[in-house]
Design a protein around this ligand. Sequence first.
Ligand code: SF4
Length: 181
Amino acid sequence: MKIRLATVWLGGCAGCHMSFLDLDEFLIDLADAVDLVYSPVVDVKDYPENVDLCLIEGAVCNEDNLEILHKIRARTKVLVSFGDCAVTGNVPAMRNPLGLANVENVLQCAYMDHAQNNPSVPKADGIVPQLLANVRPVHELVRVEYFLPGCPPPAARIKSLVAQLLAGTTPKQEGEQLKFG
Ligand code: SF4
């Protein structure tokens, strides 16, 4: 039976998913071994039940991220924190020193001060979810089985971890697998 694989995009730049697509010919092997049941690259609206393996890109930045993260944890056997934003908070967490009082300032800066056209904060329309006071790495909020560091993790590192998981072995990330590039 095929592994039910999901990939999720929380607060990140999509660079980790771009690195995933750099798996090149390994993607063909993956296509034989997995059913991709949820991902930014497939048109599935709701995170399904009974997912075997999920790679989570991005930090937990807002209420929507938090809500789906708990759903993902409840419905997934093995979670991988995919990339430095998921592992540490990384770039999105740079706003944390500003604190809760400055969430409004973050929105003001992003949507008003640096807008070239039609400056407005779309939060009022429900388009932008409520920001959390602090951006959090995934493992601070739910249990995570494995970590894939890197910004983004190089394709070889992704391949190494995923291939070991698909083979049913306990993954090791060491030596050459931890080098960048
Ligand atoms: Fe983008 Fe780097 Fe964060 Fe991945 S870890 S989402 S590449 S900033």
